[in-house]
Design a protein around this ligand. Sequence first.
Ligand code: ADP
Ligand code: MG
Length: 251
Amino acid sequence: MSAPDTAGTGRAVEISGLRKSFGANEVLRGIDFHVERGEVVCVIGPSGSGKSTLLRCVNLLEEPSAGTVRVGGVEVTDPDVDIDAVRRRIGMVFQSFNLFPHLTALGNVTIAQRKVLKRDRAEAERIARENLERVGLADKVGSYPAQLSGGQQQRVAIARALAMGPEVMLFDEPTSALDPELVGDVLGVMRGLAETGMTMLVVTHEMSFAREVADRVVFMDGGVVVEEGPPSRVIADPEHERTRGFLSRVL
Ligand code: ADP
Ligand code: MG
């Protein structure tokens, strides 16, 4: 097992030769890319192109068929790796918020800290309050999910991930399930997070977010990275026909 990269060297995420098949269906066909520390990388591409599978391979919700994934210099695809230790270093926010309905916002942000990180109640609640404040929900700590809007629930889910102190945050279409008027609040929180230097890998269809917040944009199609670069290039002036075709449909 690789030693933890306590010196903080190495890229936040480094993916090389990543392949993933489901039966005969090869969904990722040799992906190479990386995320530097403090960088915001947005992954765009059509439905079915393998974006979610890529994120799921980074935190080992899917087992890659070939290739390597490193997080903070540790090879997570090493068969001897401690998967729970890897997952603790990675925050994940999905399209669906998956909050516990019987717990308040505070309870939802506290539970994994207590169970996984073994923090005592007082410390876990202090950190939960800090992170709920960070996502603009200081006044909702006692609210249950059913009493919150979708955008507020997603912000609780972001606070829950942040409370674990992740080195990198993965977002998989975090605003796709939201009513349009609630999207802006969640993107605003993500933008604020980016400004604090959080390392973020974000799958999104929100092109204005990608254009304004991403350091780099990766366009995927058919399980490969077709092109990547700064948004001023990939979104404003794409090289490839497939990228132009996709953008003409979503912009
Ligand atoms: P995207 O997020 O870009 O829409 P996905 O990564 O979700 O794409 O899916 C890519 C392809 O992989 C799709 O054809 C999908 O049906 C297939 N796929 C994803 N997850 C599974 C799974 N658990 N079992 C079988 N096929 C899957
Ligand atoms: Mg997806």
